[in-house]
Design a protein. Structure first.
Length: 294
C-alpha cells in the first residue's frame, strides 16, 4: 500500500516537473524565437553609405534612422513611421508569406525580410532585402542589398525641448501658410506647410504635397522672447536659427529677418508667407502645378 502511494507521489512530482519544464520552455521560446516586425528598430547597416562621399558618410553616421511598426492586423497589414534627422514620415505596410519566404511591402514593392536573434539577450535583428536592379538606360546592375535593423527603443521627439525655454502665448497653436511652393525645373510645385507651436517648448513643421508624394513632420526645440523665435532640430540642438515674428491687425502671423536655409527644400523655413489659424485661413484654390514664366 505504501509502495503504491509512493509510486503515485512520484508520478505526480514527475508530472509537475514536466509542466514546469513545458512552461519554462514556452517562456524561453517567447523570448528567444524571432518576433514580428512590431516595435521600434534602428538601422545599423545601411548599404548606401558604402557608396557615399566622405561628407555624406559622416552625415549619415550622425543621423540615426528608426522604423516603428504597429502591431500587424488580421491580414498582416499595419502602419509604420520612419524617424530620422528630427523628422517623422508615416506609411502603411503589409506582410505576406510565399513558399516559406516572408515579404514586407512598405508601399512600393514586396521585399524579403527576416527576423533573427534573441529578444532576451537584446540581439534581435530585422533584415530587409532590396532586390537586384538593372538601370534600363545604362544597363548597370545593382546587386541585392541588405538593410539591417536592431531592435531598439524608438525616439520620442516630443520630449526633446531645450532644458530651459520661454514661450509666447500669442504663438501657441496651429498656423497654416497661405502659399508655399518649391521650384522644379520650369514649374513651381505647391505644398502645404503647417506650423504647430506647443506650450512644452516643441514646435513642429508639417510638409504635405500629393505632387511630391510628401507627408513629413519635422520636430524642433524652441524658445520665444522679445518677438524673436529661436529654434533647433531636436536631433541637432547645437545648430540654432533665429527669426523675428509679428502679427497683423487680424492676428495673422508673419516671420521677418528669415535668413534660414536649411528646410527640407533648402530654402527658408518660413519665407515671406503669411500664416493663418485653421479658422482664419482664406478659402484656397486647389493647389496645382504652375509654370514659371521666362
Amino acid at each position: 500500500m505504501k509502495e503504491n502511494q509512493s509510486h503515485k507521489k512520484g508520478v505526480i512530482v514527475a508530472v509537475v516537473i514536466l509542466i514546469v519544464l513545458i512552461a519554462a520552455g514556452a517562456i524561453a521560446y517567447a523570448f528567444l524565437a524571432p518576433k514580428t516586425v512590431e516595435g521600434g528598430w534602428e538601422l545599423i547597416v545601411n548599404p548606401e553609405t558604402s557608396q557615399a562621399t566622405p561628407d555624406e558618410t559622416e552625415k549619415s553616421n550622425r543621423e540615426k534612422v528608426f522604423y516603428i511598426f504597429s502591431k500587424p492586423g488580421e491580414y498582416g497589414d499595419g502602419t509604420f513611421k520612419t524617424c530620422y534627422d528630427g523628422g517623422v514620415e508615416e506609411g502603411e505596410y503589409k506582410l505576406s508569406e510565399k513558399a516559406g519566404v516572408r515579404y514586407i511591402n512598405l508601399g512600393t514593392e514586396e521585399l524579403v525580410y527576416t527576423i533573427t536573434g534573441s529578444k532576451l539577450f537584446g540581439s534581435t535583428k530585422l533584415t530587409i532585402t532590396f532586390p537586384e536592379q538593372t538601370d534600363q538606360e545604362t544597363g548597370q546592375t545593382t546587386p541585392a542589398q541588405d538593410y539591417v535593423f536592431a531592435q531598439a527603443k524608438a525616439p520620442d521627439y516630443e520630449k526633446e525641448a531645450y532644458s530651459s525655454f520661454e514661450t509666447d502665448e500669442a504663438l501657441i497653436g496651429e498656423w497654416i501658410a497661405n502659399t508655399r511652393s518649391v521650384p522644379y525645373y520650369t514649374y513651381e510645385i505647391p505644398y502645404t506647410q503647417t506650423v504647430k507651436i506647443q506650450k512644452d517648448g516643441i514646435m513642429t513643421i508639417r510638409y504635405e504635397s500629393s505632387d511630391l508624394m510628401l507627408d513629413r513632420t519635422m520636430y524642433f526645440a524652441y524658445t520665444a522672447k522679445n518677438d524673436a523665435l529661436t529654434f533647433s532640430l531636436v536631433t541637432d540642438k547645437e545648430t540654432q536659427y533665429t527669426v523675428s515674428y509679428t502679427f497683423d491687425n487680424a492676428g495673422n502671423l508673419t516671420f521677418t529677418q528669415d535668413d534660414t536655409k536649411d528646410s527640407i527644400f533648402s530654402d527658408a523655413f518660413f519665407g515671406d508667407a503669411t500664416y493663418y489659424t485653421p479658422e482664419q485661413l482664406p478659402e484656397a484654390v486647389t493647389p496645382t502645378l504652375s509654370k514659371v514664366e521666362g
